[in-house]
Design a protein. Structure first.
Length: 143
C-alpha cells in the first residue's frame, strides 16, 4: 500500500498564463472583468491569457492585448514585474505579470468586458482571483 504524504491539493497540470498591468500617467492600473461564460466570471483581472504552444509570454501578451483591448504593445515595452504561482482546484497557475506604460491605439473592450482604471490603493475594492492577491499588494507598494 502506498501512502501519499504530500499535503493539500495536488494539481494535475500547470497552466501558463501571461498578464500585464497597464499603467497610465496617473499610476492607475487597468483591470478587466471576466465575461459571463468564462471561468471565474465577474472577477476582475489583469489583461492577458494563456500562452499558446510556440509563444513566449511576451508574444502571448502582444496577441492578447490586440484581441481583448484592441491596442498594440511592443515586447520591448513589457517590463517583468512579478509572478503568481497558485494552485486552483483543477490546475496550478503560473502567471508572470509585466508592467507596460506605452501602447498604441485606444483601449477598446473587444469582448464586451468591462474595464476600469484603478488606483493601486483601490484595487482591493474589486474582487479578483485569489492568485492575484499578492500581485495587488506588490503593485500597491511599487506604484
Ligand atoms: N488574464 C488573467 N488570467 C488570470 C488572472 N488571475 C488568474 O487567476 N487568472 C486565471 C484565470 C484563468 O484560469 C486563466 C486565464 O485564462 P483565460 O481563460 O482568461 O485565457 P484566455 O484569455 O487565453 O482565454 P480563452 O481563449 O482560453 O478563453 O488564468 C489575471 O489576473 N489575468
Ligand atoms: Mg484572457
Amino acid at each position: 500500500m502506498s501512502v501519499d504524504l504530500r499535503q493539500g491539493k495536488i494539481p494535475e497540470k500547470t497552466v501558463f498564463v501571461s498578464a500585464v498591468a497597464l499603467v497610465d500617467i496617473d499610476h492607475r492600473v487597468l483591470i478587466a472583468q471576466r465575461p459571463e461564460g468564462k471561468s471565474m466570471a465577474g472577477l476582475w483581472e489583469f489583461p492577458g491569457g494563456k500562452v499558446e504552444p510556440g509563444e513566449t509570454p511576451e508574444m502571448a501578451l502582444v496577441r492578447e492585448l490586440k484581441e481583448e483591448l484592441g491596442i498594440d504593445i511592443t515586447e520591448s515595452c513589457l517590463a517583468p514585474f512579478t509572478f503568481a504561482s497558485f494552485t486552483y482546484d483543477d490546475f496550478h497557475l503560473m502567471m508572470p505579470l509585466y508592467l507596460c506604460r506605452v501602447w498604441k491605439g485606444e483601449i477598446t473592450p473587444m469582448e464586451g468586458q468591462k474595464v476600469k482604471w484603478v488606483r493601486p490603493v483601490r484595487l482591493g475594492d474589486y474582487p479578483m482571483p485569489p492568485a492575484d492577491v499578492p500581485l495587488v499588494a506588490m503593485l500597491r507598494d511599487f506604484l
